[in-house]
Design a protein around this ligand. Structure first.
Ligand code: CU
Length: 443
């Protein structure tokens, strides 16, 4: 329990001061920032109960300091530049140098004090999505607190009453601030380390943006027609792979703060959803699946036994969400004779290329694009072009990874004779039953 005597008796508190129980400016902890968009190693706990820390795809965990028996964090809301993938930088708003903000990690029963400094040009708040906290700490501007004006620092204090996976985001000019990338994840570990332990624990939040080709800023008034489908404000091939050791029990925690649902699919395995932002799902209510839909404003956590080595695609199953910015008005030309089309197009635009009459596969074809614009379908694997974008990455399951090694192990070395292959001679035209004219069919 918090006591003033214990508080003053702790060495870490030399610079801290409280007046009437309220924290004063002199005691605000430093606010670390991150300048890289690559997954940082897990942050093992240095105080309090032990836990297996999470890793954040293309992100990091916010360090804390102990102040008596309080864990203190410092978030700074500020404009940031986020690289979506190599070749595309977007001006966003985020926290501590990145969008999304750092993951906040704690343990069930912890008392946390989260300082929020506003360096945005307008007011903001932070709402703790899914967490059971006092109403006055809920961060709804106007309803539960005054908005945090530019230049000001507010503090949120509450107990982490239950373990699980939660999110944080503004509840203040919410449409603009979330469309600009302000969000992050909160992971609260169970106090009992034997409660559903895993070997690897990944977390990310999904968000979407409308960034027109050749521009650097999301259109914040877009309601439906987004073109950048991101995990932690990254798109394929910019999203970190999930390196996993063969036999590991793996947890993947997924938040959705975009404006649509995302059916998330993992190849080569079946998994069970074990937790939502509402809490842990009892084992008796879990069932196996290979795709799970993550609704808007929700968290889904699945546990999977990584018992099948290889490079396994892991992606949203809406096929236009695994692409980067594309022209949605392009007509479907499959089956249209290319010669006539090319002739017609050539008259109108001599440099234009008639494409798509056999499908849209592009191979290694490079098309000119405006500055700061990623190809619609891109990425290369050991066998050729992958032709993906957006919400796509790879779970890389290997026998020889060290416990805390989250580095990309490179392409999978397929055992000899285990890869689909071309047969030596062309197949004869298969025997087919002649199609019956439609009028002969009995209706
Ligand atoms: Cu999707």
């Amino acid at each position: 329990m918090f006591s003033r005597r214990g508080f003053l008796g702790t060495a870490a508190l030399v610079s801290a001061s409280t007046v009437g129980g309220r924290v004063q400016a002199a005691s605000i902890p430093e606010a670390p920032t991150m300048d890289k968009a690559v997954m940082q190693p897990p942050l093992h706990p240095t105080a309090g109960p032990d836990y297996r820390p999470v890793v954040t795809l293309n992100g990091w965990t916010l360090p804390f300091r102990m102040n008596g028996d309080w864990k203190e964090f410092h978030l700074v809301a500020e404009p940031v530049v986020r690289e979506f993938a190599e070749g595309m930088n977007v001006n966003l708003w985020g926290y501590n140098g990145q969008s999304p903000g750092p993951t906040i990690e704690a343990v069930e029963g912890d008392k946390v004090r989260i300082f929020v400094t506003n360096r945005l040009p307008e007011y903001t708040t932070v709402h703790w999505h899914g967490m059971i906290i006092p109403s006055g700490m809920d961060g709804v501007g106007g309803l539960t607190q005054p908005h945090i004006q530019p230049g000001k620092t507010f503090v949120y204090e509450f107990e982490m009453k239950k373990s699980g996976t939660f999110m944080y985001h503004p509840h203040s000019d919410e449409m603009v601030q979330m469309a600009m990338g302000m969000m992050g994840m909160v992971v609260v570990h169970p106090r009992d380390p034997n409660f559903r332990p895993v070997d690897r624990d990944f977390v990310f939040v999904m968000s979407t943006y409308r960034v027109d080709p050749g521009t650097y800023l999301p259109r914040v008034n877009e309601m439906t027609d987004f073109n950048m489908w991101t995990w932690n404000s990254r798109v394929f091939p910019g999203i970190d792979p999930l390196p996993v050791r063969l036999g590991d029990k793996v947890r993947v925690r997924i938040g959705n703060l975009s404006m649509t649902n995302h059916p998330i699919h993992l190849h080569g395995h079946s998994f069970a959803v074990t937790c939502t932002d509402g809490g842990w799902i009892p084992e008796s209510a879990q069932y196996p699946e290979t795709t799970t839909d993550v609704p808007v404003g929700a968290v889904r956590v699945f546990d999977v036994l990584a018992d099948n080595p290889g490079d396994w695609a892991f992606h949203c199953h809406k096929s236009h969400h695994t692409m980067n910015a594309m022209g949605h008005e392009v007509r479907t030309l499959i089956g249209v004779p290319r010669k006539d089309l090319a002739k017609a197009v050539g008259k109108l635009a001599p440099d234009a290329m008639a494409m798509g009459s056999t499908g849209m596969a592009m191979g290694n074809m490079e098309m000119p694009a405006p500055d700061n614009t990623l190809p619609m379908m891109t990425g290369t694997g050991q066998f050729g072009p992958i032709e993906m974008g957006g919400m796509f990455t790879v779970m890389k399951i290997r026998e020889d990874l060290a416990r805390d090694d989250y580095r990309d192990p490179g392409p999978y070395q397929f055992p000899k004779g285990t890869v689909a292959y071309e047969v030596a001679s062309p197949a004869a035209e298969p025997a087919r039953q002649p199609a019956r004219p439609i009028q002969q069919m009995k209706m």
